[in-house]
Design a protein around this ligand. Structure first.
Ligand SMILES: [Fe+2]
Ligand SMILES: [Fe+2]
Length: 385
């Protein structure tokens, strides 16, 4: 992403020089050539480079760029003046079209045109209030609303609509990077009917928080967020009478509840364009670190994926923290103590240690290199069931 930052500063220098001198000035020429060279390099492995403004943050390829400096703020100002909050630079962009784009952006009176390999538009993310710092808890409830809409549209009888998923996840990242105490972002469950999507939101925020603290970035961080949002989607296939039963479940009912992992995984595996991790995590989130959980189908000899372990840790934390008809809400310290007791059997001990230390705001002693190594195995394939 550092290279993308270089692109932003080169592009902004070209735009500034263009307003200062003219489109045909030699410095504009050189900076445009340099911008094209960087873009071509960036587009070697991607079809497009996407720059968005989300709540006054520059988000490059779905990753908030916190240190874009004055070039970043200038770009935000210029784009806002033109009424746009998103630019996609596509592969095969030419020198002449980028130069025209630079000239149009630099002139306050000039309207943006149509460029074959530059798409401009607005970001469809609901912005909540101007004063972000005033109440992050409210912002979080707005985000829960978006997850609620997503869940309301899920049906076993139709394909999952994944549009909007990426934006929900990007919004989560922007939010949790602004808030030092992640627990402030975890929404309380006020009514039973809210549990499904409130829990999904909380598990996604907690999982991305853990993953980020361990060095996950870019696509992997998004994949984990999306997988966490959908980890319990299989519950929508289970009878409401069983899910909402306040008394003790009998053996048959319990067996039906346990099917949600498998049913969720099958449903997600069939969804085009969705990260494979979503199906893997839905299948494995109750498997446990020692693989003694469920489902046991085909589970012999395999291990729970590291990303599923992250989601399982968040899942347990949020489930205990929420007050439900049949249980009280637990205090953070109590949950952490129980997680520590089960580290090595139910949970990955390394994750429990990292989760509790980052959650309780203690310093992490992990070095940068170790962090990156953890995700080396971050490939995931869901074999059909
Ligand atoms: Fe579950
Ligand atoms: Fe869950």
């Amino acid at each position: 992403m550092a290279y993308a930052k270089t692109f932003i500063s080169t592009l902004m220098s070209a735009i500034s020089n263009c307003s200062l001198y003219s489109k045909d000035h030699i410095s504009v020429d050189n900076l445009t050539k340099k911008s094209i060279a960087i873009l071509t390099e960036l587009l070697t492995h991607k079809d497009s480079i996407e720059i968005m403004i989300v709540e006054d943050n520059l988000v490059i390829n779905k990753t908030p760029e916190r240190n874009a400096g004055h070039h970043g703020s200038n770009l935000i100002k210029r784009l806002k003046r033109k009424g746009i909050s998103r630019i996609d630079f596509l592969r095969d962009i030419s020198y002449s079209e980028l130069k025209q784009f630079i000239a149009d952006l630099s002139d306050p009176d000039e309207k943006l045109k149509t460029y074959p390999h530059i798409k401009t538009g607005i970001v469809n993310v609901r912005i909540v209030g101007d004063n972000m710092a005033s109440d992050l808890r409210n912002l979080s409830s707005e985000q829960v609303e978006k997850v609620k809409e997503l869940y309301q549209n899920i049906s076993p009888y139709k394909e999952l609509n994944i549009s909007g998923l990426e934006e929900i996840v990007v919004n989560f990242i922007v939010t949790f990077k602004r808030e030092a105490n992640i627990l402030k972002l975890i929404s309380p469950v006020k009514a039973y009917s809210e549990y499904t999507y409130t829990h999904a939101t909380n598990v996604a925020i907690l999982s991305m928080f853990q993953a980020e603290s361990l060095g996950a970035r870019d696509d992997l961080l998004h994949d984990i967020g999306i997988a966490a949002l959908l980890h319990d989607v299989g519950k929508l296939f289970i009878s409401k009478d069983i899910l909402e039963k306040t008394g003790k479940l009998d053996k048959k009912e319990w067996e039906e509840i346990k099917l949600h992992s498998l049913q969720g995984a099958r449903y997600l595996a069939k969804t085009d364009g969705l990260t494979q991790l979503a199906a893997v995590a839905a299948f494995e989130h109750h498997l446990r670190y020692d693989c003694k959980g469920y489902p046991q189908l085909n589970a012999g000899g395999k291990e729970q994926h590291f990303c599923s372990q992250i989601i399982a840790t968040s899942d347990f934390f949020d489930a205990l923290r929420s007050r439900r008809p049949y249980k009280r809400d637990w205090q953070v310290q109590e949950i952490i103590a129980l997680m520590r007791e089960n580290a090595g059997s139910e949970f990955n001990p390394f994750l429990v240690d990292n989760f509790s230390r980052t959650l309780l705001k203690a310093d992490s002693s992990l070095s940068g290199n170790i962090r990156l190594d953890i995700f080396k195995k971050a490939t995931y394939h869901f074999q059909g069931l």
